[in-house]
Design a protein around this ligand. Structure first.
Ligand SMILES: Cc1cc2nc3c(=O)[nH]c(=O)nc-3n(C[C@H](O)[C@H](O)[C@H](O)COP(=O)(O)OP(=O)(O)OC[C@H]3O[C@@H](n4cnc5c(N)ncnc54)[C@H](O)[C@@H]3O)c2cc1C
Length: 340
């Protein structure tokens, strides 16, 4: 059976940063990803601009050159796949970790690939699995219909259509503007009384002006109660119910880590919170040899850890006490983002 000293789950920015930290200490990890390299960024809306400046997305000291003040999705994808190549990281895309269990002196894992299930053992495992695969569901009838999605997409696809977008943060704001500009009739529905204060400073006035001009319809303090193949029902804060036509529905209400996977591995959660138990110095969980990195360390509070401050986690796992202390300091010094 294949054996790896270190197996890193997730080839996102943080999984790649962890691989670099390991390699610089003489350990050659295998990185697997259920999707492509940086699959979460693949899922960002096409053409999206990060809220972060380029140098704060960098890993392993490789410069990220961006044509504007902030990089786009496409520039970030080029960057992370370039870094992976330059660092010689062993990556196996389209390979998912399904199970892992502690055995006497290591971990026994079950991976699924297009060719079937593959068992593998490793000494240490880093879970850098992010959250983007698991949308927060509204739990309303019709949520699983084929024209309903939890991800932004190429706006051209909805040109000439009626589109309902649910959410009040960056993803909803950006999708509303993109769909409107692609020629869709857009209704934005949010349970809050106004857009979240964290909406990117360059999106907010644009969206507010489109709403003021009646070019995008907005429904604040409103909740979706039902989705059918032709419309959605929503209830306003005053209890009134209306139906909006909808050829495509975007439910952009956030995401959460794969808690079920963590439970299957035996990872415990802090009482009263959904934060997986781990040693803050080393990021090792209660399961010996299993470490966390990146956004999963924050449990449900996914906006606490992002690329800017999660990129130091590899140093906490693989570094000596001095590198660990420096990584903690650098992460704490990172200001909270204005964005997502
Ligand atoms: C629209 C949007 C815009 C954002 N903008 C910014 C920004 O400007 N700046 C910033 O710092 N952050 C930003 N973020 C947040 C940022 O994307 C995340 O913090 C970051 O991706 C987390 O990195 P990660 O490596 O921990 O997880 P991810 O990038 O999510 O990577 C996790 C990887 O694990 C893989 N995976 C999951 N489960 C398994 C499994 N069981 N087996 C194998 N592989 C698995 C996934 O396919 C994925 O590739 C944004 C997020 C969104 C959604």
């Amino acid at each position: 059976m294949q054996h790896e000293p270190v197996l890193i789950i997730g080839a996102g920015p943080i999984g790649l940063a962890c691989a670099i930290s390991a390699r610089r200490r003489g350990v050659d990890p295998l990185v697997i990803d259920a999707g492509a390299i940086a699959q979460s960024i693949v899922r960002y809306p096409v053409g999206m601009t990060f809220f972060t400046t380029p140098e704060r997305l960098e890993i392993g000291g490789h410069p990220l050159v961006s044509s504007g003040a902030k990089p786009t999705r496409e520039e970030a994808l080029k960057y992370y796949r370039g870094v992976a190549r330059a660092e010689g990281i062993r990556i196996r895309p389209y390979t998912r970790l399904d199970e892992a269990a502690r055995t006497g002196d290591g971990l026994r894992c079950s991976l699924s690939t297009a060719r079937g299930v593959q068992p593998l053992t490793c000494d240490r495992m880093v879970l850098a699995t992010g959250y983007f695969e698991h949308p927060n569901l509204l739990g309303v009838p019709g949520e699983n219909l084929p024209h309903v999605t939890h991800y932004g997409e190429e706006a051209h696809l909805v040109s000439g259509l009626d589109v309902v977008i649910v959410g009040g943060k960056n993803s909803a704001a950006e999708t509303a503007l993109n769909c409107y500009r692609a020629g869709a009739r857009v209704a934005l529905v949010y349970r809050g009384a106004s857009l979240k204060s964290s909406v990117k400073y360059w999106l907010r006035p644009d969206l507010e002006n489109r709403i003021k001009a009646g070019e995008i319809q907005s429904y604040w303090s409103s909740e979706i109660t039902d989705i059918t193949r032709r419309d959605v029902a929503l209830r306003g804060g005053d209890g009134t119910e209306i139906r909006l036509p909808a050829d495509r529905v975007y439910l952009l209400t956030g995401y959460h880590p794969d808690f079920e996977l963590f439970v299957r591995i035996g990872i415990e959660f802090e009482p009263g919170s959904a934060r997986p138990v781990h040693d803050p110095a080393t990021l090792e969980t209660n399961v010996p040899g299993v470490f966390l990195a990146g956004s999963v360390t924050a449990g449900r509070k996914i906006s606490e850890i992002f690329i800017e401050n999660g990129r130091y986690d590899g140093e906490r796992i693989f570094g000596d006490p001095e590198s660990r202390a420096q990584a903690v300091r650098l992460a704490h010094e990172t200001p909270r983002p204005e964005g997502e």
